[in-house]
Write a protein that binds this ligand. Sequence first.
Ligand SMILES: [Ca+2]
Ligand SMILES: [Ca+2]
Length: 581
Amino acid sequence: MKKTIINFCLPALLACHAAVAAGQGVFTLPTTEEQTNNIIRMKGQISDVPTVYIWMLDAETNAEGTKPMEYKPEGSTDKNDVYYKIKLNGSSSYDTPISNNIISATPSITDNAVLRPNYDRYEQKSEEYRLARIKVVDGYGSIKTRDELTTIRGRGNSTWWCEKKAYRLKFPSKTKLLANGDGTNEYADAKNWTLLANAADKTMLRNALTREVGLRIEEKTGLKALPYYPAYQFVDLVINDNYLGTYQISDHNQIQKGRVEINSDRGWFLEAVTGDSFVEEPYVTIGASNNTCVVNVKNPEDEFLTDEVKAEITDYLSKAFLSTVQYAPGTNDFSEETGLFKYVDMESLVAYTIGNEITGNYDGLISNYVYRDINEGDKLKFGPLWDFDIAYGNYGNMEKAFVYQSEKYSNLKYRVQYLMENCPAFTNLLAMRWKQVYDNGSLITYLHEKVDKIAAEMQYSRQLNYTPRANGGAGWEINSDMLGWGVKTYQDYASAIKDVKSFISTHVEFLNTEILKMQTDVEQGDVNMDGKVDASDLVRVVKHITKENTSLSEDQIRLADMNNDSQITVTDAMKIVDKME
Ligand SMILES: [Ca+2]
Ligand SMILES: [Ca+2]
């Protein structure tokens, strides 16, 4: 995505910042687009990543009521059709629709902008959107250079109390904030975006790397079993002229083209959570007495979330998660006709499990996103892979361990564990997909290369992130745990990268050994690989022949091809009938 960057003069840049800090002058931004060796910096761009400037407009105008009010234009039926009104200085009502005209009254980047060594950070309440102006400066064109209005609020539960805060941006209209980076994926055109601080992850790249894990799973299995892979673009963030360090622009997790692409009115987008602090209204509770699982309902919302819909979600999830796996384990009904996989899409759960296990995401089963579209036969699917700051060995002893066995309490853990230990159809599919993703060990090289690539993309930005404030940097420390979570800390960035790579090497080989052990022998005709040839297999083969469902994998086609003629026909179906007990 980026051009090669070499010989960029960081010491000179740091010297400029140091001069500011010491009160000896100003950091002079380049007055025109300039090219220093191979790095292109635009006027106002701080380092080798785009710079995002945000100015809080209420701080600027001191106007009471610049907090925007949402409204829907008269006659609009689209629930996404939301506009804002604000009160301007001296006005008593919310009667001024936001328009870009207001920008002319706000600051601009001057040729001699000063990055003040003044860290009176913007400490808004985390729930409340406030009006701001945003300007993005990018020498590479990976973000559109833009200058417009937005709204901003704090983001995160436990992370909000960290000094390096994460934010959410909500633009008045759909905004294509990221250009198509690698050409393989269409990034969203959306109102909602996140600015991740990655404060708990000293490499700051674990979330970005997980996008590459998702892309690998899709590429090697040939299946889009996960809904999307949250985007990353590293930026330098400046709020109210305070340089705050390296941030990551990423998707907001929601139903939206380019994100979870299902019906936005009636589709289900749910977050199964463990722990009271993650519970958000509205939610449903499944299970009974002390063995419950809380599921936050992100969608449907408003008038579409009736009591009837809530009851339908509760009932469906109870069947999907509980009835067969937890409360009646003796039944072992995993079938697609009457059991667990009538409700849960197995390929999706397998891809999700592989993603969580590759990353060793210690809290991967604390918050799990699931979704279901509205068409007849749509099953519950898992994803996206979301929130990986403490993965890849950053927390917990995960190098030679499965996430599903990790000690951390999780409501979903027991369900996946039960599948791992009792459901050959699941473990055989898991092993089959794993072999594709592992691809003779090339998974390790692939991940190592991505680590290097992502680290190189923000080489100078991350150095400034960890440079002391007295020397003009953001002052975040690589050798202290800002959140008090007990995450890994390092003496320098190179050690942090080395540690992540070492985790990947050991952990991936551990997984390969252990997952292959879970396979059971599969006889010819056992198309769903559950250890017996029966009606389920026949149904899969017939659906394949009638093209009602063509999702059979290469291995499954081999198992279905009873007469070995390289095609699946009625002859194969008849031979399966012969073999059925
Ligand atoms: Ca079977
Ligand atoms: Ca055949």
